[in-house]
Write a protein that binds this ligand. Structure first.
Ligand code: PHE
Length: 553
């Protein structure tokens, strides 16, 4: 069940709210690292991630472009803004064990079941999550490691405990932080990227310890005060009333839950004040004092929320430069997680938040794709331990193209499938993808969609020719047809498609013909080199085909 160790080297229910910080929030009714590769002696039905092979099955939907990201390891480049932020946060929690090198490949049990996600929770769907296969996926949040790390501490699992950067801080993982890359299928825009980073915090106490704190009324004694080095204060605006909708768990006494909530709030207030104070200082020294308004007070508020693995649960927001910023999800850990870890006499709190949004704010980074840039004009701007304001290099002209296609008739279309195809073909050149038109043919009932794709490179000009080559509306169109046909595995329908007057383009016919041959032979037995050569002739690459095959095989 334990995931491998990293060696260093919407059809959503209405009430699920999308957010870039937390995925699983449901509003209450109140309102060695090795590169992944597709080559080598693996069987064609295997998928390789970070040097290990996994069986493919009909759940497999992780694309090569996404798998490539598992090897990037941004948190281990000391002058990368995300690594700088990670270190700043680690520093705020010196008594916690610090983990930043746990593999992103986890079991569905770790990511969902261990945390009490219902079997039909929308987060489990293949349209939201990158699956390696039915039982294995790329973690969608760092909470996937809660039970694993608690259990490792309890059992004294030395292999896992040895991954902590500061093994003496909390040798039994009674308090820990996990910083890691997480993966979610999502739309494409300036603040969403299918890979981002999260920080998880878990803090447990023995019940005896809590009784003592309650008796001594000294919550504050176990934390620092919320005043930062330069005197800023986190003002607490706490209007939350613990009610039926956000209840204290039956296993907990009211005062135990209250102690945990207070302790958690104070620790988090401290962290936020320290970090935002640094952001203000960076803005000042970059000459942006006006904008920062030299903010010295940071009001925070706690809003009722719901997560399957905490109760009561909140969302922390802080007022920064006139806007309420959502910082993190948090709450009192569900007792069964601690029990499953064998920690029957302990209770605890947990938080989780996204690093990108905070880093964009701290460093003034305007586009989430920049974190993945290897342009020295980006990477050269930052230094370990320092928050400095990003100086934009000239913005390159954008180029937009519209793509329209018929929706597959016998299967559901999900936007995230399109997003992954676009990423697969154009990578980080895509800045945004927006639906601009949908149409249903009045007679045939066939439905089509038109999307506008906005191309803009972070680090160079993109030429029209380049985009045209990537784009080819017909290529996408054909990809959809292929997908549909492979799903149906129906030779007749392929032949029909070849003969369809709408596929007038000779290339389209060729592609469909090749598809027909592949389906006919069975893609798995087909000679890969033969296929590759044939595909090259018609300008369709094998990666794209493999991708389609992954989605539907
Ligand atoms: N894992 C949650 C998410 O990504 C955030 C969270 C962590 C909430 C810990 C509560 C406690 O949405």
């Amino acid at each position: 069940m334990l995931s491998g160790v990293r060696t260093l080297g919407s059809a959503r229910a209405q009430w699920v709210l999308r957010s870039s910080v937390t995925q699983y929030k449901v509003l209450l009714p109140r309102g060695a690292r090795m590169q992944s590769s597709m080559s080598g002696a693996q069987r064609s039905d295997d998928i390789r991630v970070l040097g290990s092979s996994y069986n493919r099955d009909k759940w497999t939907n992780a694309t090569p472009a996404i798998l490539e990201k598992t090897g990037r390891d941004l948190l281990h480049h000391p002058s990368h803004p995300l690594a700088i932020l990670k270190e700043l946060i680690f520093k705020e929690f010196p008594t916690f064990a610090h983990y930043d090198n746990i593999s992103p490949v986890v079991s569905t049990y770790q990511n969902f079941d261990s945390l009490g996600f219902s079997k039909d929770h929308p987060g489990r769907s293949v349209t939201d999550t990158y699956y390696i296969n039915q039982n294995t996926l790329l973690r969608t949040h760092t909470s996937a490691h809660q039970l694993q790390l608690l259990a490792a501490g309890k059992k004294g699992d030395s292999e896992l405990l040895a991954l902590a950067r500061n093994s003496s801080a909390s040798p039994r993982n009674e308090r820990f932080l996990v910083a890691a890359d997480v993966y979610r299928r999502d739309e494409i825009d300036a603040s969403h990227y299918p890979v981002f980073h999260q920080m998880e915090g878990v803090c447990t106490f023995s019940r005896a310890e809590i009784r003592k704190h309650i008796r001594d009324r000294d919550i504050a004694a176990s934390t620092k005060s919320s005043t930062s080095e330069n005197g800023s204060v986190a003002k607490l605006l706490d209007t939350t009333v613990i009610g039926d909708a956000n209840p204290v768990q039956p296993e907990h006494l009211e005062e135990e839950a209250a102690f945990l909530a207070d302790h958690m709030k104070q620790m988090m207030n401290n962290m936020v004040v320290q970090i935002l104070t640094k952001a203000v200082a960076a803005q000042k020294s970059a000459g942006d004092a006006d904008m920062a308004g030299s903010q010295t007070e940071f009001p925070v508020r706690w809003i009722d929320a719901f997560f399957p693995f905490t109760s009561p649960s909140w969302e922390m927001e802080v007022l920064f430069q006139g806007e309420w910023l959502e910082i993190c999800g948090c709450g009192v850990m569900k007792q069964n997680i601690l029990e499953d870890a064998g920690m029957t006499d302990r209770i605890g709190w947990a938080f989780g938040f996204g690093l990108e949004r905070l880093a964009m704010l701290l460093f003034g980074i305007p586009d989430i794709r920049l974190f993945w840039s290897s342009d020295p004009r980006f990477t050269g701007q930052f230094a370990p331990g320092q928050i400095t304001t990003f100086k934009p290099f000239s913005r390159h002209p954008a180029c937009t193209k519209d793509v329209s296609f018929w929706l597959p008739e016998s299967s559901e279309f999900h936007e995230n499938d399109l997003m992954d195809m676009v990423r697969e073909i154009a990578g980080d050149l895509v800045e945004g993808v927006k639906l601009i038109d949908s149409f249903t043919h009045p007679k045939t009932g066939k439905a089509s969609r038109c999307y506008r794709i906005n191309y803009c490179s972070m680090d160079r000009n993109v030429t029209n020719e380049e985009i045209n080559a990537i784009q080819e509306q017909r290529q996408l169109n054909v990809l959809f047809q292929m997908k549909e046909l492979i799903r149906r595995q129906n030779k007749m329908s392929i032949i029909e498609a070849i003969n369809d007057p709408e596929n007038s383009d000779a290339q389209d016919k060729m592609r469909l013909y090749i598809l027909y041959m592949l389906v006919n032979k069975g893609l798995k037995q087909a000679n890969r080199d033969e296929c590759k050569a044939a595909l090259r002739v018609v300008g369709c690459n094998l990666t794209a085909l493999e991708h389609i095959n992954q989605i539907d095989s």
